[in-house]
Ligand binder design. Sequence first.
Ligand code: GUN
Ligand code: ZN
Length: 427
Amino acid sequence: MQAFRASILHLLDDPTKSGEAVAFHADGLLVVDAGRVVACGDHAELAPVYADVPVEDLSGCWITPGFIDTHIHFPQVDIVAAHGAQLLDWLEQHTFPAEAAFADPDHAKEAAGFFVDELLRNGTTTALVFGSVHKGSVDALFAEAYARDMRLIAGKTLMDRNAPLGLMDDVETARADMESLIADWHGKGRLGYAVTPRFAISCTDAQLEMAGQVLAEHPGVWMQTHLSENPREIDETAQLFPGATDYLGVYERFGLVQKRSVFAHCVHLQGEAFQRLAAKDAAVAFCPTSNLFLGSGLFPLDEACAHGVKVGMGTDVGAGTTFSILHTLGEAYKVGQLRGAALDPFQALYLATLGGARALDLDDRIGNLAPGKEADFLVLDLAATPLLARRLAAAKGLEDRLFALTVLGDDRVVARTYLAGVERHRK
Ligand code: GUN
Ligand code: ZN
């Protein structure tokens, strides 16, 4: 057993729905054993109970749950900050050439190690990840996450049309690759597999049908794709699927909308479509830095939440411009401002932790520091930059401090990252 003394902040529920959601222990104690949380609360209360347990004193720091990134692309680490294009041109000019390089297993292995370490350096302890079309890239990514005992869900990207030749699969090889990846990795350690059709434009009917079949044959496997991100993308999808009711209808037709399905972006979705997502218990990944960077638009978070859709935060690297979920929350606030709906700081932290866990249907295991949960947590240095230290010294209470942390904080704040009670990053 180990214990950590610090201020502890986590969410026990959605703060927009419950007045009891925020748990803050100014002088707190987190007790961990065998990779799980044993106790979390006030130091004064817990210290006598766990008097024999060695305590590390981190007073002055905050402990929070690890962040959850519900949408990110592993083979796009080399094209973050590519100038000048919106979605479809960006894919063609920058993304597809970068992803083609992942046919090389050595490149995939090197990038996978970098990618996983960069997640941990930024305080992300769980991620839902797009691989490239190549099975080997996903093997490489899972191997690096497994070596660090990280909870990570990933899939081979499916694309059998509208992509360069070297970057396309076909229905039968894709099915075989997925079956083999699921057999090798799904449920191994803390890993999970996600069926990953890139988006409707890059998949034929036959491939989407196969994706739906594989999903139905493997209960517990996740599904991830893109939905309603950019006006030209939406138009082209309508032309490719003239029989579909709308963009979401394409995925519905092939059985891809269910619990454990995560749809990235949904920037241009309307109320009725959000209702259909909520009715199926599917989730949305809100990716503000990507939506701003590609000029995709302003995600209506308030509307999605009003319809009861589960939402998590996504960095969407490489259209997204940071691995930092903290920085992503600051940008989410600015998107809300442009829509006249300011994001509450506690809701922001909820989306990055327990909300993300609910979006991934993993809230029985991760998302906060309740006893029994996996001990994925962060030690945050609130004096990581001179400006942050000064601003927090002047802050007026917890909410104001948390808000300043999301607007001014990033990887510099993450002093340590723990996975299942084991330190995996120290600044
Ligand atoms: N739509 C289809 N592929 C992609 C991708 O790689 N990134 C983003 N942001 N949108 C997509
Ligand atoms: Zn994406």
